[in-house]
Design a binder for this molecule. Structure first.
Ligand code: PMP
Length: 365
């Protein structure tokens, strides 16, 4: 009997067939090839990475990994204790993930019913709609105000109207770089939904929402080692939340979600927090120097930043061409096509020499 070949996509959950892929950044070798330059010539200011790289203690810890043939600790005991001490919270509140991206996924999977709504204060980080879609939920877009502040009244009204399970707020926000005041977070918490405060850029000028954890069991604060720790390539981040929720995520996550290299790197980074804080302070100082230099250039308008990147206004209609002109010169920044961001570039803070190359490339545009 001849069998008709099975279309594997007919087996897939239908909502995934329309999934818009997350617009991730390309690796350095691809960027360098596109610009026709050596990788060493690249000025990579498009992914808010840490230009200093990891602490030297991380390199040492990775060189001394001694039991990679053994599975990592599914209970994350050493990491949860270290993170708890570092963040000033009870380790029972800590869950570690394969990047903070995984915490977004674990939380959405835990709380979103099919079609369940996430209130998204846009423009913001693209992983919230992407992950909500993958999980079978949806995001409800609530526009931020004129200075990209969260419109708390509109977010609360949308949460009520849509019976949302989650309100997500990146603070400092990506790509607008501004932090959300704690009073606004407290108002959002009053709606009784899960409020996720994503503090990926906390160490560069954020506001510490973790202080609100004891009074608010519906709060989850996310942080990452990708930015402050310079570990974007190793994928490790953490969430701080009510112990009951942490316990549930620990049971529902893939058991060995954080590999031993990431674990060793996280522990070594926390042990070297003083150095990483110093580097963060240098990045903040470089950010201010970069803003001042950008503001000197005709038509450019850097907005205030609480992060390791700057949202810079450009002349109307010039965003894409400027992005492309910089890329041709080997300087990669981020351009977003969504209408409200069309006249901006997002520029990560690098080393002084990166700022100098950026300013030079902008001057000859
Ligand atoms: N949240 C925000 C706001 C981010 O900008 C990023 C990284 N671009 C992340 C989370 C993800 O970080 P991680 O590398 O820990 O997955």
């Amino acid at each position: 009997m001849s069998q008709r070949p099975i279309d594997p996509l007919s087996l897939v959950r239908p909502h995934l067939l329309e999934l818009e892929p997350y617009a991730a950044v390309d690796p350095p070798e691809k960027l360098a090839a596109r610009a026709g330059i050596a990788e060493s010539e690249l000025v990579k200011l498009n992914a808010n990475e840490n230009p200093y790289g990891p602490s030297p203690r991380v390199i040492e810890a990775l060189a001394n990994l001694h039991r990679v043939h053994i599975y990592p600790d599914p209970g994350q005991t050493a990491m949860r204790e270290a993170v708890g001490r570092h963040a000033g919270v009870d380790p029972a509140r800590v869950v570690v993930g394969n990047g903070s991206d995984e915490l977004i996924d674990l939380l959405f999977r835990a709380v979103l019913p099919p079609g369940g709504a996430v209130i998204d204060s846009v423009p913001t980080f693209g992983m919230y709609p992407f992950t909500a879609h993958v999980c079978g939920g949806r995001t409800v877009r609530v526009e931020r105000g004129p200075r990209f502040e969260v419109d708390v009244d509109a977010a609360l009204a949308a949460a009520e109207r849509e019976d949302a399970r989650v309100i997500a707020v990146a603070s400092p926000n990506n790509p607008t770089a501004n932090a959300t005041p704690l009073a606004d977070v407290e108002r959002l918490l009053s709606a009784g939904r899960l409020v996720i405060v994503d503090e990926a850029y906390y160490e560069f000028g954020g506001v510490n929402a973790a202080d609100l954890l004891p009074a608010h069991p519906n709060l989850a604060v996310l942080r990452t080692m990708s930015k402050w720790g310079g570990l974007a390539g190793l994928r490790v981040g953490y969430g701080l939340m009510a112990p009951e929720l942490a316990d549930l995520l620990l049971r529902a996550k893939p058991p060995y979600n954080v590999n031993q290299a990431a674990e060793a790197a996280l522990l070594a980074s926390i042990a070297d927090a003083e150095l990483l804080n110093e580097r963060a302070a240098r990045i903040v100082a470089e950010r201010e120097r970069m803003c001042a230099a950008l503001a000197e250039l005709d038509g450019l308008d850097p907005w205030p930043s609480d992060s390791n990147f700057v949202l810079c206004g450009v002349p109307q209609g010039a965003g894409k061409a400027l992005f492309e002109a910089l890329a041709r010169q080997g300087v990669f920044v981020r351009y977003f096509s969504e209408p409200r961001l069309a006249d901006f570039l997002r520029i990560s803070v690098g080393m002084s020499r990166d700022t100098d190359r950026l300013i030079e490339a902008l001057s000859v545009r």
